[in-house]
Design a protein around this ligand. Sequence first.
Ligand SMILES: *[C@@H]1O[C@H](CO)[C@@H](O)[C@H](O)[C@H]1NC(C)=O
Ligand SMILES: *[C@@H]1O[C@H](CO)[C@@H](O)[C@H](O)[C@H]1NC(C)=O
Ligand SMILES: *[C@@H]1O[C@H](CO)[C@@H](O)[C@H](O)[C@H]1NC(C)=O
Length: 535
Amino acid sequence: MARVSRIVGASVLAGVWTAGTTTGQSCPDYSTYSMMAHEPLSNGSYHLGYMRPDPQCRTFNLTDVESTITSMASSISDPDLYRLFVNAFPNTLDTAIRWKGVAADNADEELTFVITGDIDAMWLRDSANQMQSYRSLLKASSDSNSLASLYRGVINLQARYLLESPYCNSFQPPVESGIEPATNGAATDDTVTPPYDSSKVFECKYELDSLAAFLEVSADYYTATGDAAFFGKFNWISALQNVLQTATSMMTPTYGNNGTVLTSPYTFTRLTTRSTETLANNGLGSPVAANTGLIRSAFRPSDDSTLLQLFIPANMMFSHYLEQTAKIVDKLGSSAPKGLGSQMHGLAASLRTAILKHGIVTDPNAGIIGAPVYAYEVDGFGSSIIMDDANIPSLLSAPFFGFTSISDPIYKNTRAAILSDTPRPGLNQYNSNPYFMHGPVINGVGGPHQGPGYAWPMASIVRILTSDDDDEIVSELQTLVSSTAGLGLIHESVNTFDQTKWTRQWFSWANGLFGQMILDLKERKPALLKRGYQP
Ligand SMILES: *[C@@H]1O[C@H](CO)[C@@H](O)[C@H](O)[C@H]1NC(C)=O
Ligand SMILES: *[C@@H]1O[C@H](CO)[C@@H](O)[C@H](O)[C@H]1NC(C)=O
Ligand SMILES: *[C@@H]1O[C@H](CO)[C@@H](O)[C@H](O)[C@H]1NC(C)=O
């Protein structure tokens, strides 16, 4: 079962029930639990359910998270907005820490198996971001019940995964957990080079941003704790070398100098009726030119295939986090392999140069002379895709993950193109992003993963995280609080005309990101949390 096509037409508004006590009873399956609004409902017009599992059913407890939830009651005035925060922020801790333990061969090596939500598998991208939602609370600690320990466990397990199958994106429970590997019905038809072991890998889509996610979670841990020594202890350095080796191998172009078709380090085909679930050209993907300095990505962060493989947002993200992670290697000094740090600084810089050289194109809709924008994908031969997709890394999120700033003029043009609701003089205002969705429920960026008509709340959250405009932020908050179909959780996508049609009732990353955004607003724009969001 791949993470696709889960359009759920749930008539949740009618299905309110009270959980009652589950003491002595087994805990409900959160996939089912999250499809109904539970009492007490929030004291606002949207009557949002209370969606946290009972305390004894939560998968990890952190006092700092509980005290943040309590203290935010006085920072958020609107009862529905506060309820959404209460439900969403702790979602990964409440529901997705499927197992935490230590490695069989080393009792000091912590391991954390974090599921994406509704599938019992750990995505590199999701788990890095699920952890990031708590980054503002992270501090150094050796306690095994701490957030720092949770982070170390994620980093160690990701390192193990990347040493096993660096081209893959989603993984099975570690053997130490005793949890049965999940069945991926879609993957049974996969023909992939290099091959993978399905008892260890849930899905093997090569995505550059999955490699970047390992750098992200590592940099986040180091920046908050200053604990460089941890990175020298287990398999982090070898995993990092594997990441670099994998990424640079994927700079291989399609053709050699004399026209021969070069062997691609990675190929993927699947028997499917969805074109985004397989690669063109018998698993090679669309041709890529030589010497661009960019790294290919076979799939996007939506797990959909790229149309053109030089996927700019992941190159941006990889460049940024390489630079951040190189600081750890610098700090390790002589205990890190010689030249590793300078290789990372060098690649980070050359990727940035390559993005500026090949990743900026002219948006033909932006006035008579056109405007330079970041392309979503290019091939180095001259073709480009102008669009954005909701999943991070997206173009919209480039300042959020640190590649650029919101005052970058190219980013500003790009943002105007992506957010096709931004009127620009002389234009058909709906022209530039084919995946911008409109409707009475929500206006926002969607993507081919759930298709036209479905906007992704994640993109509305990113829009807030990358905006300094109070009106824009208020409008997006209003959209988010009013489009959960009364469930009080952040869904993957929402039908722009009917909010009872949404996808993924249990998507922990998007919930955590909502919490992260609210905490960011508390720092940047506290007054906006003090206003009402009632209709
Ligand atoms: C919320 O509850 C208080 C009393 O507890 C009440 O005064 C207020 O009107 C309620 N607000 C809404 C929006 O229902
Ligand atoms: C979290 O705390 C509750 C009590 O408030 C307890 O019942 C539960 O077992 C704890 N969960 C974990 C994973 O420790
Ligand atoms: C073409 O180049 C490849 C390597 O780039 C080489 O292996 C092959 O022998 C060359 N073929 C011819 C006919 O020159």
